[in-house]
Design a protein around this ligand. Structure first.
Ligand code: SF4
Ligand code: FES
Length: 235
């Protein structure tokens, strides 16, 4: 089939403002948007800039706006979106070049929620693992699936309004540790997400949940964090 691919282009070294370039390509309906971008880069314009690494939905590096909403280019099939495709960079982050945005503010917010295991207590007497029941593990299973693609955070109007808002992805990763029965940093993290730039800025719009390529219940996770900031309960 013939596909029309319209791509946002911006090179700060030569362009005063962004523009779009359109390519007409022959494509199989089972090809992915990433395959189309690779074709343009390989055969039409080697200067086209975008991120990708694994090409299989694991690394999270090729999140972009495809026909107006956030997706991973490597998981978006032509047959699911039709023959007219527009590809643009994520909103809310500065464009560095073409489809590449500056992820530093996103990762700065991620780091603020202390996204690592905190437990300074001695190991159990047998010196082995800190045991956890299947039910305790299940409590935070959903939020372990995050690949930090930023599709959620950059689809959130609250984040577009202020990059100081921690954003859905940082809150998802706070949830992952707050509800881990082995972790002892919940009180510290709940204090951080209680800040004016934390959970209070979520207005339950659900854009984040719709955008997440891992199917994480992002809004639900934020709501659980919100409740925990009030009750202090993390089980
Ligand atoms: Fe991406 Fe989903 Fe993680 Fe957000 S929660 S960064 S959309 S994987
Ligand atoms: Fe790794 Fe798409 S390239 S998730």
């Amino acid at each position: 089939m013939q596909v029309t691919l319209k791509i946002f282009r911006y090179n700060p070294e030569v362009d005063k403002k962004f523009h779009y370039e359109t390519y007409t390509l022959e494509a199989d309906e089972n090809e992915r948007v990433l395959d189309l971008l690779e074709h343009v880069k390989g055969y039409h314009d080697g200067t086209l800039a975008y991120r990708r690494s694994c090409a299989h939905g694991v690394c999270g590096s090729d999140a972009m706006r495809i026909n107006g909403s956030n997706h991973l280019a490597c998981k978006t099939l032509v047959r699911d979106i039709g023959s007219k495709i527009t590809v643009e960079p994520l909103l809310g982050l500065k464009v560095i070049k073409d489809l590449i945005v500056d992820m530093e503010p996103f990762f700065d917010n991620y780091k603020k929620v202390l996204p690592w295991f905190i437990n300074d207590s001695p190991l159990p007497a047998d010196g082995k693992e800190r045991l956890q029941s299947p039910e305790q593990r299940e409590r935070f299973d959903d939020t372990t699936k995050c690949i930090l693609c930023a599709a959620c955070t950059t689809s959130c109007p609250s984040y577009w309004g202020s990059e100081d808002y921690l954003g859905p992805a940082a809150l998802v990763n706070a949830h992952r540790f707050v509800f881990d029965s082995r972790d002892e940093g919940a009180a510290e993290r709940l204090k951080i997400v209680s800040d004016t730039n934390g959970v209070a800025r979520c207005h339950t719009i659900y854009n984040c949940t719709l955008a997440c390529p891992r199917g994480i219940q992002v809004t639900k996770a934020i709501s659980e964090l919100k409740a925990a900031t009030v009750t202090g309960k993390v089980d």
